[in-house]
Ligand binder design. Structure first.
Ligand SMILES: Nc1ncnc2c1ncn2[C@@H]1O[C@H](COP(=O)(O)OP(=O)(O)OP(=O)(O)O)[C@@H](O)[C@H]1O
Length: 258
């Protein structure tokens, strides 16, 4: 369980996150939605330990996040950011191997190599293993980075859970890979992992989220199962657009229509 206790974050006299509390369970794909600038990335950074809250506490199970050493944390907590600059001509396999760095000292083991191959396979990127990363398309690069973070937390820790944080992970992916990516995120969640993703596409959130948190101006304004948390009134409040939620018979999730 990931638990947030009254998180606040201020910078330059502005309070960006204004007292956020909540719990995120393993086995569920949790998603954060909200308008541009509402504080989603800032919140995710605090959850994942890449940003220290001005106030409040993040708990990973029974442990306080800020008391964990970065070295230990890196073995069971992975973060996929919006942009990952990689200005070196590494091969795809070498980029994925970066996910294994927390697990070995000088030289990757046979097991590390095997995990990289399995992670690439899971993202249907095995045939790209020897390609120069810089020659890949934006969507292909994003899939390589997903393989990298999967490789990082591939093995369950001896104690406790794994944690995976995804900041707008599907922006550069085509329709097919968006769904593939979210299916994998859901599968990982079911493997005793806390998975929290920021997403802008409300229809994908309706289809894939098990738990939804809506943020507006640094505060949680709604949370719960997507069909319950996401209402027409909330969408007007969040985005200023009159949206309709419809329930087609052909699918078992609601559709957002603007
Ligand atoms: N280091 C910083 N200095 C000043 N302002 C910041 C800083 N980091 C974030 N902000 C501001 O805090 C607000 C929240 O930013 P954040 O990136 O968390 O929003 P977001 O909800 O993820 O937005 P988007 O959907 O556009 O990615 C924004 O107004 C942003 O400009």
């Amino acid at each position: 369980m990931l638990k947030l206790e009254n998180l606040r974050f201020s910078i330059g006299g502005n309070e960006i996150i204004k007292g956020v509390s909540g719990e995120f369970e393993p086995g569920k794909l949790s998603m954060i939605i909200g308008p541009n600038g509402s504080g989603k990335s800032t919140l995710l950074k605090m959850m994942s330990g890449t940003l220290t809250p001005t106030m409040g506490t993040v708990w990973l199970g029974d442990s306080v996040l800020k008391k964990q050493s970065e070295k230990k944390l890196a073995k069971y907590r992975a973060v996929l950011s919006q942009q990952t600059d990689m200005p070196f001509p590494l091969t795809v396999e070498e980029v994925v191997m970066m996910g294994r760095y927390p697990h070995f000292h000088y030289k990757a083991s046979v097991k590390d190599v095997e995990i990289c191959h399995l992670a690439l396979e899971r993202l249907q990127m095995k045939s790209f293993a020897n390609r120069n990363y810089l020659t890949l398309s934006g969507g292909e690069q994003q899939r390589v980075h997903f393989a990298r973070v999967l490789a990082q937390i591939w093995e369950p820790p001896k104690q406790g859970l794994r944690y995976l944080f995804l900041d707008e992970p599907i922006t550069s992916l085509d329709l097919g890979y968006q769904h593939e990516f979210l299916k994998i995120a859901k599968e990982i969640a079911l493997e005793n992992t806390v998975v929290v993703a920021i997403i802008h596409d409300l229809n994908l959130a309706m289809q894939y989220a098990d738990y939804l948190v809506a943020i507006k101006a640094g505060r949680i304004v709604s949370e719960g199962r997507p069909g319950v948390a996401l209402t027409e009134k909330l969408m007007l409040d969040l985005y200023g657009v009159p949206a309709r939620i419809i329930y087609p018979q052909e699918v078992d999730f609601p559709i957002v229509a603007i």
